[in-house]
Design a protein around this ligand. Structure first.
Ligand code: SER
Length: 931
């Protein structure tokens, strides 16, 4: 059975049991501050368990893209080292929302595994929750009784809270669970050691494949368990493990989920994969695994970056790069070359990858290139640091002599063979060879790569500790691993402290916790508080309030949250932001009213909302115009809409030209003048897609989507944002900037409505004042061009005059030559228009005199300039060095700095009052030092 068949059979099985089959939710999570990525199939249904919404179907099944690399469920360090943990994996799941419970869930999982997939019953074990006294939770006897019907009692094992009580995170829905484990060991081994002793013991061949959770509680912040309004089933089966068991392989990587990718890596690197735990084999597994996480998250709209979810992706990508760089000896971008095979493999399950193949490949390639460059820089850093370690080794050898002045080697260990010269110097300084060797060997042990350095390489240059260890070993030294661990922990606790948002439990004032948004049509409303809580973030206290009904738009789809007021019987509280948390609209305030229990009048600041809506509608018009002008590959990659402007990020591979910008602006303004009605309809996602709506990220199953149409042949988009009634309300549209944000992603910032008018006014004012400065010419551009031409002609003339003048000055200078101790000396202050002229004169004078020292100074508009030229023979015979004189004698006198070569050096400074002294100083050197 291929992996494709296995997945399909799961879905078909539950379809036959009246389950609605739904697509995977995006792997990147929006609107849930507790999670960055989907880490379990149930995430998208969290609200349904908590009672914050009603399910459309009460039985659902799917395959969900999951990622467990941060937070409570984090398997990253295991991945590749073992053969059955993954970053991205598929979780096959079936759900009941207040419908069937333990009886059916258990019976069906047994039926599917043993009758459809025909797994050997002899190899299966199940675990059930043994209860927990401290939590006041009983043993799960119902699950036990159900299992007894199909499996012998000695195969039903009791599990503790850690293994058999599933929790989504520190808070949230949870409940007892029953797991199904498979013993894949050969018969001979099974005879020797009983399978049940290996369950939940990290044995690579005795593994869990399916978890059936019976959701009954909500874990609150204070640690207590609150019963849920209804009981639900949440199951999750690891698809890659299931395939491995059915295909009878000893490793997930030997199944057809991964073998295609591994074969491509073999072809690219010329290395061979084997089932072992050598670094090379681990590297193969890491690459085959990580490319999936990277590709699917980018396809779901998360670009690698330096913060949050984007940073997690960047770290995964870098982990993969380090593995191929260090252990497959490959130092070019590799991961992006795996994209085509992956896109093809998932073409029918997760088509979003194939449809964005070019884009995702480009982003991955550019990230790889960037990081490979960083690795080179890190190596450079390493070797520079390494040279200082050698310095320590040398200075650690006690001796009467000055060892510090010895030239330091940059790489390699100080041995007689490596550095005979240094070694001999040490011997010449009176050390015996034996003594030096003994000192070096002890010093080597003391001087290893310091923990902080290993950490800097890790943190700034992305070197994992094992890469630093590898390079250190190659250079014959070791690394202070404990010091590294300490530095790492210190950083972790620093970032934890910075990120802490302390949220107290909700205080419920009403049973019903669903908050209704009425703000599409109303900007105010009379309502009441459903619940509220206190929060503390970055040391500041505040409150979050949920209303039964609210006109406040919660930040989403790039549109900022509304601001406004809540009036509690005459007491006005300011709402300074509104955000979504799952299905709840949360109003952020700094204070609470004295009486929170009465009615409240909620009022949005209308001028802000209107300006924001104008920018949102303008974004849709822009999006459609971009697709018309640049092509249909243009897809939204991010957007920010507020009262001041709109920012729209989209996939496109070249700079948008000025002509294209002009055309885009014209199309949008044309649509504004057409005054098209903005028609908005609610429907389910599938119907909307049929209408040709452009799908964005973040919608999940069951969401009723809004379809926003501005001329059905021009712009049809899925969008939850607020909009104007007619495009004419936008008035005018103007693009401010076009820039690059990431590989293959461009950004446009634009304005519309009164903001655009203000911008136009500002530009026109600038133009008016320019025109009047230019004395109101007929053609302002021509007038400016004339000015520039005139200016450059004048400059040329001046340069001609200056050259003539310099020639005269040169001749005058030659009259002033003095002979001091056999040196032809010229030293004087002259009149020039810039400092460069001094240097030029010095160079010109060379042709006229011999054995010279020339010091020229000038005061140009209060600033001091000095040039010193010294003839080669004088430099050689007297050791006079222009650069040295400039730096040591001249620069301090003129309060400035300078530099150059030993034969010609210049300086500039703030203080021109001492220029006479400068000449005197040099003259004195010639007069007295060489008598
Ligand atoms: N939520 C459970 C898990 O992730 C079962 O789906 O294991």
């Amino acid at each position: 059975m291929t992996s494709v068949d296995i997945r399909q059979q799961f879905l078909d099985f539950f379809k036959n049991k009246q389950h609605q089959i739904v697509p995977s939710a995006p792997i990147v999570i929006k609107n849930d501050p507790t999670l960055l990525f989907t880490n379990a199939g149930m995430n998208q249904f969290k609200d349904l368990f908590l009672g914050n919404g009603k399910p459309v179907h009460n039985r659902i099944a799917d395959t969900q893209k999951c990622l467990r690399v941060s937070g409570k469920h984090n398997d990253l360090e295991e991945v590749g080292v073992d053969t059955y943990h993954h970053t991205m994996f598929e979780m096959l799941g079936n759900w009941s929302f207040g419908d069937y419970f333990k009886v059916e869930a258990i019976a069906w999982s047994w039926e599917l595994l043993t009758e459809v997939y025909k797994l050997d019953k002899d190899r299966l074990y199940v675990t059930i929750f043994e209860g927990d006294e401290k939590e006041g939770l009983p043993k799960d006897t119902e699950a036990f009784d159900e299992w007894k019907k199909v499996i012998s009692e000695d195969r039903i094992l009791l599990g503790n809270k850690k293994d058999n009580f599933w929790e989504m995170g520190d808070t949230g829905p949870c409940g007892p669970c029953t797991e199904i484990h498979v013993d894949c060991r050969p018969d001979a081994e099974r005879k020797l050691v009983e399978g049940k002793t290996l369950v939940n013991n990290d044995h690579p061949q005795v593994i869990e494949i399916w978890n059936n959770v019976f959701m009954q509680f909500n874990r609150l912040k204070d640690g207590s368990l609150q019963p849920l309004p209804a009981q639900h089933v949440d199951t999750g089966m690891g698809f890659e493990r299931l395939v491995r068991v059915i295909q009878q392989k000893t490793s997930n990587y030997d199944t057809d989920v991964f073998t295609g990718t591994i074969a491509v890596i073999e072809k690219i690197t010329g290395k061979q994969y084997d089932f072992s735990d050598t670094k090379q084999a681990i590297a193969f597994r890491v690459l085959a695994d990580h490319i999936r996480a990277i590709a699917f998250t980018i396809a779901d709209g998360q670009l690698p970056s330096n913060t949050g979810a984007g940073y997690v992706i960047r770290r995964i990508l870098r982990r993969a790069v380090r593995y191929y760089y260090s252990y497959l000896g490959y130092n070019q971008p590799l991961l992006f070359q795996l994209m085509p095979i992956l896109a093809k493999q998932f073409e029918n399950v997760f088509p979003e990858l194939n449809s964005q193949l070019d884009f995702v490949s480009k982003v991955v390639k550019e990230e790889e290139e960037g990081f490979l460059r960083t690795i080179e820089k890190g190596l450079d850093k390493f070797y520079r640091y390494f040279s200082t370690i050698n310095k320590h080794i040398i200075s650690n050898i006690p001796s009467k002599s000055e060892l510090f002045s010895i030239e330091i080697p940059t790489t390699g260990i100080l041995t007689k063979e490596n550095y005979p010269e240094i070694f001999n110097q040490l011997v010449n300084l009176g050390n015996t060879e034996e003594f030096i060797n003994q000192k070096i060997s002890t010093a080597k042990k003391i001087y290893l790569i310091k923990g902080e350095m290993a950490f800097e390489l890790y943190d700034t240059y992305g070197f994992p500790l094992d890469l630093t260890l590898l390079i250190a070993r190659e250079n014959g030294i070791s690394v202070d691993e404990v010091g590294f661990e300490i530095a790492l922990q210190q950083q972790k606790s620093r970032s934890r402290a910075a990120a802490v948002v302390d949220t107290e439990d909700w205080i419920n004032l009403q049973e019903n916790s669903v908050s209704k948004f009425i703000g599409y049509n109303n900007l105010d409303g009379v309502t009441s508080v459903v619940k509220y809580r206190k929060v503390k973030a970055k040391g500041k206290e505040g409150y979050q309030i949920v209303l039964a009904e609210t006109p406040f738009y919660a930040e989403s789809g790039g549109q900022v949250g509304d601001k406004g007021t809540l009036n509690f019987d005459g007491e006005h509280i300011i709402v300074n932001d509104t955000k979504k948390e799952n299905n709840l609209t949360i109003h952020f305030t700094e204070v609470l009213p004295e009486n929170i229990e009465g009615t409240v009048v909620a009022k949005v600041y209308t001028h802000l909302r209107e300006a924001t809506s104008i920018h949102h509608s303008a974004t849709h018009l822009l999006h459609a115009a971009l697709r018309q002008v640049l092509g249909t590959h243009v897809a939204q990659k991010g957007s920010l809409v507020n009262e001041e402007q709109l920012r729209f990020d989209f996939s496109h591979f070249a700079k948008v030209t000025d002509e294209e910008i002009a055309e885009i602006e014209s199309i949008v303004n044309e649509k504004i003048r057409e005054n098209v009605p903005v028609i908005i309809n609610e429907m389910n996602k599938e119907d909307a897609l049929k209408l040709g709506a452009m799908a964005l990220f973040g919608e999940k199953y069951g969401d009723v989507v809004r379809v926003v149409v501005m001329d059905k042949n021009y712009s049809v988009e899925l969008c939850g944002g607020t909009h104007v009634g007619y495009t004419g309300q936008l008035g005018f549209f103007k693009i401010k900037h076009e820039t690059a944000v990431a590989a293959g992603v461009r950004r446009i910032e634009a304005v519309s409505g009164s903001v655009a008018e203000a911008l136009a006014k500002e530009e026109s004012n600038t133009l008016s004042s320019l025109r009047s400065t230019l004395k109101n010419p007929k053609d302002i551009v021509k007038a400016l061009e004339n000015l520039f031409t005139e200016n450059s002609e004048l400059r040329k003339k001046i340069e001609g005059f200056e050259a003539k003048q310099l020639n005269i000055t040169r001749k005058e200078l030659l009259q002033k030559v003095e002979t001091i101790n056999g040196i032809q000396f010229i030293g004087t202050q002259i009149e020039v228009s810039n400092g460069d002229a001094l240097k030029k004169l010095c160079i010109d004078l060379k042709a006229d005199i011999k054995d010279f020292v020339v010091v020229l100074t000038a005061n140009v508009e209060g600033k001091a300039f000095v040039a010193i030229a010294i003839d080669e023979t004088i430099n050689a015979s007297k050791g006079l060095d222009a650069q040295k004189i400039i730096k040591e004698q001249v620069a301090p006198l003129i309060k400035g700095g300078g530099g150059g070569q030993k034969l010609l050096a210049t300086a500039g400074g703030q203080d021109a009052s001492n220029l006479g002294l400068v000449v005197e100083k040099v003259k004195n050197i010639l007069t007295f030092d060489f008598q």
